[in-house]
Design a protein around this ligand. Structure first.
Ligand code: SF4
Length: 640
């Protein structure tokens, strides 16, 4: 690529620069300009930049400004919706102000966030509401649907996140009829795609980015993102898990049920054979998924001894009856475009099902998961590095991967191996956080404590958490590695602390955080989804307790498969996979505490392996430079 003249980032971001005039409480952050220059180099010359930028660096502006000066379309993908919204509401307008011009930016969320006009018109004709109270919500949605210009459900105020019929009316990709849809021209997703084509910055998230890449080769018109050659992956520590789920295939009971229901609604009256084929297939699907459901809620590797009795025969019967539905839809296709669309959906479902159960080879782990009434049969790639190379890296001119936590033990090696980033043209940058962790925070690991595997651990965890929460006067996140520990802790604290207690699952995540901030002295019990991407500044969060080191569960089929694969290759799964994964998550969990220069507080990790095991040193070395203590009275003194 031809090198372009480097803009003066010191003048833009430094003292007296354009940014200072736009921000009331401006702080000079030298690391920000350093990162912006490195980002510019990679954008203008090509290649990959891995940039670990400590919390408080101001990394969003450090990549948005070079992206806007590049004069090319840049896609920015985040791990969480919260960051995506922050970029759209705060950072992009700030850049526009600093540059003194308008910026064409568009936010693209996952398709399920948008209203599908086609399924909405169906639902309007025959609204199937599960409860009486939903009539009011239905009217709210109907009023909004009449006037919305974007179809983005974020505009819908006063309806719960888990609105029961949203699934029926959202523009999810697996139900979309694409160009066969009668409302294709007015479709919100299609309009959004056109807007994205004209934008210079596209703000999206990893889920949509990888879902879009996954459909790129098989259903180009189901894509939402236009082609792009410059990409920013923020919160890049999270890329592997997002990519794994989308580069695999899943066939679920819910998807098949919806498909057959949609087919049944669309079946022309003059085709009774189609209606009969659908109802036979529905019965066969019920019987098929019941054999998996009989084992109860679980997530298991599908291997010969895990196949339930009778499954092969029921699978064959289901396949035969879906064949009949396919033939009938094909025959009906002449009469309706919708039948063709449904036929394509059926083919996609069957391909995923057959691939997951029969065709995925040694590079995939096959998983059966029973989640409530849903059963998911999937095949996930064990190693996503080759897929990332083929589907992403080779299609780009430049990419920036950034996060506050990308390194383990000071090295990017783990990230590079995970994501298949190798060869020439890869630069690395580490920008230190401007926070003074040694005076702002204390890291507490008790001198003596039961091992996490011992029967006494849970009781000790509850007692220690109580002492810590009393010392901090509430204002605490208690982050657990399992629902079991979270529930036990919440149950114990319910009657022992005088502070508001919030528990993950009681309310949607956003609302829980809102209530936490408002209360000022609340205690929040949560699991792994709160270890990252959560930002609470100020005194409302002064204590973060981590129950134990976040090693992936060896019962998890994907973790198991990755460990086995490394073992077979004569490598060391603990040091090459389990330990670095835990180090990243531990940094993320501990990183919830200090979010600004004014924040102070304590991170407590109640896992003595940090002190007693050799690998504890590596994990400690990956953390910010807090002062450390093993003495509870030092924690109490800190809060006094
Ligand atoms: S094109 Fe797809 S998402 Fe858009 S209205 Fe039609 S079915 Fe819905």
């Amino acid at each position: 690529m031809k090198r372009m003249k480097t803009p003066d980032f010191n003048a833009l971001l430094g003292p007296g620069g354009a940014l200072e005039t736009c921000i009331p409480l401006y702080e000079n952050r030298p690391g920000q300009a350093e990162m912006a220059k490195a980002v510019w180099r990679v954008f203008s010359s090509g290649g990959v930049l891995l940039a670990e930028a400590g919390t408080g660096t101001g990394k969003s502006l450090a990549y948005l400004l070079p992206a806007l000066l590049l004069d090319k379309r840049v896609v920015v993908s985040t791990g969480t919706k919260a960051l995506q919204e922050q970029l759209a509401r705060k950072d992009v307008p700030l850049c526009a102000k600093a540059l003194g011009r308008e910026v064409k930016a568009v936010t693209v969320k996952g398709r399920a966030n948008y209203l599908c006009l086609h399924y909405w018109s169906r639902f309007l004709a025959e609204p199937l509401l599960k409860e009486k109270g939903e009539a009011r919500l239905f009217s709210t949605v109907a009023r909004w649907a009449e006037k919305t210009r974007t179809g983005d459900r974020a505009e819908l105020k006063g309806v719960p996140d888990d609105l029961s019929f949203w699934n029926e009316i959202s523009a999810r990709g697996e139900r979309c009829l694409g160009t066969k849809c009668p409302l294709y021209r007015d479709c919100f997703v299609v309009k959004l795609k056109r807007e994205a084509e004209a934008a210079e910055i596209i703000l999206t998230n990893h889920h949509l980015l990888f879902a879009d890449l996954a459909v790129k080769s098989r259903a180009a018109d189901a894509r939402v993102l236009p082609d792009y050659t410059h990409l920013v992956l923020d919160e890049a520590h999270d890329v592997e898990s997002a990519a794994t789920s989308f580069f695999g295939t899943t066939a679920s009971r819910r998807m098949l049920g919806e498909l057959l229901r949609d087919a049944s609604k669309a079946a022309p009256k003059e085709r009774p054979a189609l209606a009969e084929a659908i109802s036979n297939a529905e019965r066969a699907a019920e019987r098929y998924f019941e054999v998996w459901e009989a084992g109860g809620e679980r997530k298991i590797t599908i291997e010969p001894r895990a196949i339930p009795d009778g499954e092969p025969e029921l699978r064959q019967r289901l396949a035969n009856l879906l064949d009949v539905v396919g033939h009938q839809l094909e025959a009906a296709g002449g009469a309706s475009d919708e039948a063709f669309g449904l036929l394509e959906r059926l083919e996609t479902w069957r391909e995923a099902f057959v691939f997951a159960l029969e065709e995925s080879g040694a590079d995939y782990v096959r998983i059966a998961e029973v989640r409530g009434k849903n059963v998911l049969i999937s095949a996930n790639p064990i190693d996503i590095a080759p897929v990332m190379k083929e589907k992403l890296w080779t299609t780009l001119q430049s990419a920036l991967l950034t996060s506050a936590t990308l390194c383990t033990g000071g090295s990017f090696e783990f990230l590079r191996r995970q994501l298949g980033i190798d060869g020439a043209g890869v630069d690395e940058l580490r920008v230190q956080s401007p926070f003074d962790y040694s005076s702002q925070g204390l890291f507490y690991v008790p001198e003596r404590f039961p091992q996490p595997s011992s029967p006494e651990f849970l009781e000790a965890l509850c007692q220690e958490a109580l002492s810590l929460v009393q010392a901090s006067r509430g204002r605490a996140f208690l982050l657990c590695t399992s629902f079991k520990n979270m529930r036990a802790l919440a149950q114990f604290l319910e009657t022992t602390i005088p502070y508001p207690l919030l528990v993950q699952g009681d309310e949607p995540k956003g609302l829980l955080l809102e209530h936490f901030r408002e209360a000022g002295n609340a205690v929040l019990c949560a699991t792994v989804s709160f270890w990252q991407g959560v930002d609470v500044q100020g005194e409302a969060l002064s204590l973060v307790v981590l129950d134990k080191l976040p090693f992936g569960s060896p019962q998890d089929p994907l973790t198991q498969a990755r460990i086995e694969r490394l073992k077979k290759a004569g490598r060391d799964p603990f040091n090459e996979y389990q330990l670095p994964s835990a180090a990243i998550l531990l940094q993320q969990g501990a990183g919830r505490l200090i979010r600004s220069k004014q924040d102070r507080g304590v991170v407590a990790c109640l896992d003595v392996r940090l002190r007693q095991k050799g690998y504890g040193r590596l994990l400690m070395a990956s953390l910010p430079e807090f002062q450390t203590t093993g003495d509870l009275s030092a924690v109490q003194a800190f809060f006094r």
